[in-house]
Design a protein around this ligand. Structure first.
Ligand SMILES: Nc1ncnc2c1ncn2[C@@H]1O[C@H](COP(=O)(O)OP(=O)(O)O)[C@@H](O)[C@H]1O
Ligand SMILES: [Mg+2]
Length: 458
């Protein structure tokens, strides 16, 4: 097979025409759904047809399908955003979750010829001088890459993660489009500033496209859990990896959201949720560095004699927390326990929050609301669409008038992790006492947290 036309692998700036066509595709999909929501809301309020719930359901399914189509076509960041949506069983209507969760690992793959070109260009050698077998059909294909099963000539059974050739360019064009979209949304809906999200993406995405960075992140997190049998990370084969090619140990296991597969392997979903929460407490609250993309496509579960073993994949998105972050969380937790709104407001400042008027007193209003909400979530174990909706309606006017204008970007990622975990525990149908699980990690002098003791790295 001839080698790649070298030009195909060079990352160029997106052309204007390409940017416009992607922007238009995003814009029309977004506008159609937005208008649909308004029309249906109007119908529900003014006409109240008896079949309104079927109408909503039909509308949601059609919207989900048009988002799905756009995501498949555009890939890149758009696909990543839609994967996130598809993971939010806790807050989104069922129709979106059903349709969009397919984006986590079942995107139509690129042809094998493209894969071969990338592998050979990255390693500088023909495929069959490295691998004794290389499956043409990928195990999975997702937003930035597809993954093939292969065996090296020296007998290692590996997963080969191959970056889509044009992806870096697409992603850059998406970033500028998102900036534009969010700036427009910010004019219409002044309640919330989404810019920190784009800034976070702009910082994270180039890193995500560098598989050497991903491999290093994987090894760092693997180190945190070296002593635990129930949390694992695939071993990286550096001799065969590069910026656009990651070769690692092949892991077998059930998809974490696949209830039937878990049941078949005799795995209790409650144990899975517990290990998951412990893994995140350890990373975020003790180590200050974490895997920031825990959707169901990025984890596998294996049965082992001592209970389930959770394998984390895909360390493209990982985050280092600032050194004073832990103290902010500890103070926040202490205030939460004491029901002390003033102390909580101070901890929110410490964590980097800021409201529109910049006063601590408006953060105290927020703290009051958080205290009341925490009580309710605690008794409910996870958010669900009804509770989320009710909470949105109950946000006091004082908070609405004076919304948060600054949320530190690392907190955006933590919120994302919490959202994904909450969605996953809902999918698994597990009930865990989140506050109870987190407390040992945030008490100033923790009684030995579950799992082996670790020295904080912060
Ligand atoms: N080491 C591995 N062993 C087995 N399957 C893997 C491995 N790495 C990735 N996969 C599969 O490939 C899919 C895509 O890999 P991932 O690293 O998540 O790529 P992306 O960054 O594009 O999401 C995963 O959802 C998983 O199903
Ligand atoms: Mg992934």
């Amino acid at each position: 097979m001839p080698l790649a036309a070298a030009g195909a692998l060079v990352v160029a700036e997106p052309s204007l025409a390409e940017r416009i066509s992607r922007a238009r595709r995003i814009g029309t999909t977004f506008t159609r759904i937005y208008m649909g929501v308004r029309v249906n809301r109007f119908l529900a309020r003014r006409v109240a047809p008896t079949d309104m719930s079927e109408r909503w359901s039909r509308f949601h399914r059609e919207s989900a399908e048009s988002i799905y189509e756009a995501a498949i076509e555009l890939r890149g960041l758009i696909l990543k955003g839609c994967q996130f949506l598809g993971s939010r069983a806790d807050v989104l209507p069922r129709e979106y979750v059903e349709v969009l969760s397919a984006l986590q690992d079942r995107v139509p793959p690129k042809p094998f010829a493209t894969v071969r070109e990338t592998v050979e260009a990255e390693l500088g050698r023909p495929l069959d001088t490295i691998f004794s077998s290389f499956e043409r059909e990928p195990i999975a294909s997702a937003s930035l890459a597809q993954v093939h099963r292969a065996t090296t000539l020296d007998g290692r059974v590996v997963a080969v993660k191959v970056q889509y050739p044009e992806i870096a360019r697409l992603v850059r064009s998406d970033l500028s489009n998102l900036r534009l979209l969010f700036r427009t949304v910010a004019r219409v809906e002044r309640d919330f500033d989404l810019m920190p999200l784009v800034d976070e993406l702009a910082e994270a995405v180039p890193l995500e496209l560098d598989f050497v960075n991903e491999g290093r992140n994987a090894e760092r997190v693997a180190g945190f859990f070296a002593e635990r049998d129930d949390i694992a990370v695939p071993h990286i084969h550096w001799d065969l990896s590069s910026e656009r090619l990651l070769v690692m140990e092949l892991v077998e296991g059930a998809k974490v959201s696949d209830a039937a597969a878990l049941a078949k392997a005799d795995i209790d979903p409650n144990d899975v949720s517990r290990v998951l929460v412990e893994a995140y407490c350890e990373q975020i609250l003790i180590r200050g560095f974490f895997h920031a993309d825990p959707h169901a496509g990025n984890m596998l579960v294996q049965a082992s004699p001592g209970g389930p073993r959770l394998v984390f994949l895909d360390f493209g998105l990982a985050k280092e927390l600032p050194a004073d972050f832990r103290q902010g969380v500890v103070d926040f937790a202490a205030a939460l326990l004491r029901g002390d709104a003033t102390a909580m407001a101070t901890s929110l400042v410490e964590l980097g929050f800021e409201t529109r008027d910049g006063k601590v007193s408006s953060l105290a209003d927020l703290a009051d609301f958080i205290l009341a909400t925490a009580q309710r979530i605690r008794t409910q174990a996870h958010l669900d669409p009804e509770l989320a909706e009710r909470l949105r309606d109950e946000i006091p006017d004082r908070i609405r008038e004076n919304p948060l204008v600054r949320i530190p970007s690392h907190l955006v990622l933590i919120a994302r992790v919490i959202g994904l975990l909450s969605g996953l525990t809902r999918t698994l149908g597990t009930r865990i006492d989140l506050v109870g699980a987190i407390l040992p990690y945030v008490l100033p002098r923790p009684p030995k947290p579950p799992g082996p003791p670790h020295q904080p790295e912060l």
